[in-house]
Design a protein around this ligand. Structure first.
Ligand code: AMP
Length: 307
């Protein structure tokens, strides 16, 4: 049995417009995409809050994926809402509105079986809340964190405090440039490693991901897709595949981290093929493995016998 992952992050109703369509108040949120994606690899314990307006069928879908929702609180008030849109290149979300609602006063208390989870994923949410959860965790094997431009610009000091306490930091390329105040990604990653995390993974959307630690760099490809409808949640689905596979593997070895990054790319590729979690929530493990092997083949090349 693989190791459980605890996740804290947003559970949202998203209103999204892309050049290919739109969705009003669909299921979204960093913890939601993460949980469903990770659930294909390992058991997930979800910590979050929703308002009384949150449709019950969404909780049913999470439970169907075996996700433990014991610490999903229903609070008086409205569920977190995010409204955003994308231009034709789909590489950057433009936030129109963020309404924290019930998240504004969310103060989770972890029961002992949650606090002892070996893998902790602090999904994109207020860094002060990420820190509160981290303080309650006992002896974690690995702590992974995600964030976004909203928190880098609004709560940089709090974010820098959490960065000192984590092992792996996932962020996208524009966030890496923004946080490090550095346009070159290699230099930006080095600056971010100096802030605390031993490993930094920079997600580059359709161009894959870059993995940095003090010894090595790994350039991971993405899965080339013909039809992309909505990039929302791709980063969190990447994180779900990445952390879920690491937990399944149970090792921090470099080779395992590299495999986990490819599983991350696979899960991101499924997510963007439809709005909300419509594609991500209807997968099978053999489909996931098939894409993993396809990426391996697409990226393979021979060594040359020259020095
Ligand atoms: P991504 O994987 O980066 O595309 O994440 C998209 C998800 O992040 C959406 O479903 C949103 O509900 C959620 N989101 C957007 N803004 C925030 C925020 N400021 N804090 C937490 N979650 C957010």
């Amino acid at each position: 049995m693989s190791n459980p992952v605890l996740v804290v992050g947003s559970i949202a109703l998203d209103t999204v417009r892309t050049p290919f369509g739109k969705i009003k108040e669909g299921l979204g949120g960093s913890a939601t995409y993460f949980s469903v994606s990770a659930s294909y690899f390992t058991p997930v314990k979800l910590v979050g809050v929703v308002g009384k307006d949150f449709p019950k069928r969404y909780v049913g879908m999470l439970k169907k994926h075996g996700i433990d929702t014991k610490c999903l609180e229903y609070k008086k008030g409205k569920t977190f809402r995010w409204t955003g849109n994308y231009d034709f290149d789909l590489s950057e979300a433009h936030t129109i509105n963020t309404a924290l609602n019930v998240f504004e006063h969310f103060n989770p208390k972890l029961p002992p079986d949650y606090a002892s989870s070996p893998y902790i994923f602090l999904a994109n949410i207020d860094p002060d809340l990420q820190m509160e959860v981290l303080k309650q965790v006992v002896n974690p094997h690995l702590v992974i964190l995600d964030t976004m431009n909203f928190w880098i610009s609004g709560k940089k000091k709090s974010l820098q405090k959490v960065l000192k306490k984590i092992d792996i930091f996932l962020l996208n390329e524009s966030e890496a440039r923004q946080l490090a105040d550095e346009s070159n990604l290699v230099r930006a990653a080095r600056k971010i490693i100096a802030m605390g995390p031993a490993t930094v993974i920079v997600k580059r959307g359709e161009y894959g991901a870059l993995y940095f630690n003090s010894q090595s760099i790994f350039s991971a490809p993405s899965y080339p897709l013909e039809n992309v409808f909505d990039p929302t949640g791709a980063g969190d689905s990447f994180a779900g595949g990445f952390v879920g596979y690491l937990a399944r593997c149970g090792s921090k070895e470099d080779s395992c981290v590299r495999q986990a990054i490819i599983f991350g790319s696979v899960m991101g590729s499924f997510c963007v093929e439809d709005f909300s979690l419509n594609r991500l929530s209807r997968l099978s493990y053999p489909e996931i493995l098939k894409r993993y092997h396809e990426i391996k083949q697409q990226a393979a090349f021979e060594a040359v016998n020259e020095s």
